[in-house]
Design a protein around this ligand. Structure first.
Ligand SMILES: NC(=O)c1ccc[n+]([C@@H]2O[C@H](COP(=O)([O-])OP(=O)(O)OC[C@H]3O[C@@H](n4cnc5c(N)ncnc54)[C@H](O)[C@@H]3O)[C@@H](O)[C@H]2O)c1
Length: 312
């Protein structure tokens, strides 16, 4: 049994690699970036030493196919992607990485005859703005209405995953995180809650450049849910919401000041809300793979600040 993690040097990828290796699994990583900085930040040296690291571009069909075949990969966590700001500025390259890259992973699995499922990162960005859905919780049967190229690419991946199940019997689970936070999160539109926690740890001023509500999901929980899905028995092509704790940015600042009163006044909020609905239900996920971890928000925020303080 050997797991390929694409986008392994990223925030979620580093946590998935750490948790897989800690769980005794064999892991091959694939990323265009060769730095292990995030993994080194969150893991001890023994974990980092066990990484079998490959550097390459997910757009390269032949490379991805060869890797999966040569390494006799049995499980895949596909996270390689560029995030919303990059896709907004570079729609063509964004599509090549996010959509064609995902097709490459499914093609590689199909050719290699992988029997186990692929777990891949979709995104809450498949949803439209919150006022399009009313007051109820978002369940997966509601129509997706992405307002960004990035969200459209993620919706396309969910559609292609369904075709791979219908045509080739490849089972998959796409997970839709909202704002992942915790050590290692430093890129993308919604990195600011984590950057604010780092600023609190360093006692530096910081302005969160987004307002409104976010669903904050702790890195370690998100990684563990990806892994739980990877080893679940579920068949079919699923796409599930992930759920953490919904909080306004003003309430997050108040929580940060309660946790570290000495940082009072350092963190401010400005800017527009993210145009993505945030009341996601994770009932379908839980019904399919069982109860999932959800560290209480205050505890996870405190652990994140503690970690940043330890890092200095
Ligand atoms: N972080 C969040 O809040 C969030 C929310 C929703 C969805 N997601 C999705 O989760 C996944 C991981 O996100 P993240 O926060 O860890 O992002 P990240 O930017 O930290 O990690 C993405 C990784 O993909 C790699 N990558 C980019 N282009 C590549 C290419 N052409 N070939 C190979 N590797 C490439 C990057 O080097 C990076 O290490 C992505 O698919 C993202 O769209 C994240």
């Amino acid at each position: 049994m050997k797991t390929l993690v694409t986008g392994a040097q990223g925030c979620i990828g580093s946590w998935v690699v750490k948790r897989l290796i800690e769980g005794g699994h064999d892991v091959v990583t694939f990323d265009v970036n060769d730095s292990l900085a995030r993994l080194e930040m969150i893991s001890d040296a023994a974990v980092v030493a066990k990484v079998d690291r490959r550097v390459g571009n997910i757009q390269d069909t032949a490379v991805v196919k060869k890797l999966v075949a040569d390494e006799q990969i049995t499980h895949i966590v596909h996270l390689a992607a560029v995030l919303m700001p990059f896709c907004a500025k570079n729609p063509v390259e964004g599509a090549l990485i996010n959509v064609v890259g995902t097709l490459n992973v499914f093609e590689a699995a199909r050719e290699a005859g992988i029997g186990s499922r692929i777990v891949y990162a979709s995104s809450s960005a498949v949803w439209g703005p919150t006022d399009e859905y009313g007051e109820g919780e978002l369940t997966e049967d509601l129509p997706t209405r992405p307002r960004t190229h990035y969200g459209v690419y993620k919706a396309a991946n969910e559609g292609n995953a369904k075709i791979y199940f219908a045509n080739d019997g490849i089972s998959s689970i796409g997970l839709r995180p909202w704002t992942v936070f915790g050590p290692g999160r430093d890129a993308g539109l919604t990195a600011d809650p984590t950057l604010a926690m780092r600023a609190v740890a360093r006692r530096q001023p910081f302005q969160i450049r987004l307002s409104g509500h976010m669903d904050l999901q702790y890195t370690q929980d998100v990684a563990d849910i990806f892994i739980q899905c990877l080893f679940s028995e579920a068949t079919g092509a699923h796409a599930f919401n992930l759920r953490g704790d919904v909080i306004s940015m003003e309430d997050l600042v108040a929580m940060l000041e309660e946790i570290r009163p000495e940082a009072k006044g350092l963190i401010t909020v400005a800017g527009n809300p993210v145009p993505v609905a945030y009341r996601m239900s994770d009932a379908a996920l839980v019904n399919t793979v069982g109860a999932v971890p959800r560290t209480p928000l205050r505890q996870a925020v405190r652990a994140t600040i503690d970690k940043f303080e330890a890092l200095g």
